[in-house]
Write a protein that binds this ligand. Structure first.
Ligand code: ADP
Ligand code: MG
Length: 252
């Protein structure tokens, strides 16, 4: 059997004496869409940030496509940021806030990683960036500056930027929670279109209906552990654990 694209094994993370992740284990197969839900403060963002080593796990392994993330092969030595860059590029991350460069055009925001991190020649990087902007329906905004765009458009630029690196896996951390309600739909539509292309996704979201519709599997986290996981529709309509029931009853 093909091994999963992403494996999270015995992941622990503490900040000082605060243990935020208490042993997380789950996998994501190629082409699978997995949604992570759970109360605020349960460790969802920390988990995602440990996957691409934006945070260093206190214990445990992250394995992407058979390679340990963040650790030099054949040793226990942690990679430097420069050594990590190629692995990070395989995991396109989209944050709650968009973090676009205000002084760069939309096209430059999308192409800069290709040029600076992957060494793609400028012309080629611009072409790829343009294709990605068209994918998020913003081809007509390529030469605009981010400050002139709506929050929904800025988030779509951030998605194009993540796509430009041709990642194997997309990581979304509550991509719509900073948006005005009327802008949420356009971002969810783009994520849905990417899902329909068969991309592999790990998505933290508080949009429970969206999680139910888009995800193959849902993981419910609380207090730094995975309380329950299962097929999306089943878990959301018929949760087994009391804690999952309480959480879902509060947000429906
Ligand atoms: P979630 O995304 O589920 O809301 P987080 O992963 O952001 O949860 O946070 C989980 C816990 O870890 C919270 O108690 C939060 O205050 C704490 N935490 C997160 N990041 C840090 C940090 N850099 N330093 C100290 N504590 C942190
Ligand atoms: Mg969070």
């Amino acid at each position: 059997m093909e091994s999963p694209l992403l494996q999270i094994k015995d992941l622990h993370k503490s900040y000082g004496s605060l243990e935020v992740l208490k042993g997380i284990d789950f996998s994501v197969s190629k082409g699978e869409k997995v949604a992570v839900i759970g109360p605020s403060g349960s460790g969802k963002s920390t988990c995602l940030r440990c996957v691409n080593f934006l945070e260093k796990p206190s214990r445990g392994h992250i394995i992407l496509d058979g390679e340990r993330v963040g650790v030099k092969p054949g040793s226990d030595r942690l990679m430097s940021d420069a050594e990590l860059a190629p692995q990070r590029a395989q995991m396109g991350m989209v944050f709650q806030l968009f973090y676009l460069w205000p002084h760069l055009t939309v096209l430059e925001n999308v192409s800069i990683g290709l040029r600076k991190v992957q060494g793609v020649p400028s012309n080629e990087a611009s072409e790829i960036a343009m294709d990605m902007l068209e994918k998020v329906h913003l081809g007509n905004k390529a030469n605009t500056f981010p400050g002139l765009l709506s929050g929904g458009q800025q988030q779509r630029v951030a998605i194009a930027r993540a796509l430009a690196q041709r990642p194997k896996l997309l990581l979304f951390d509550e991509p719509t929670s900073a948006l005005d309600p009327e802008l949420v739909g356009e971002v969810l539509n783009v994520i849905q279109e990417l899902a329909d292309e068969g991309r592999t996704m790990l998505l933290v979201t508080h949009e429970i209906n969206f999680a139910r519709d888009i995800a193959d599997r849902v993981i419910f986290m609380d207090g730094g552990v995975v309380v329950e996981e299962g097929p999306a529709r089943e878990l959301i309509t018929n949760p087994q654990a009391e804690r999952t029931r309480v959480f879902l009853s509060k947000i429906e």
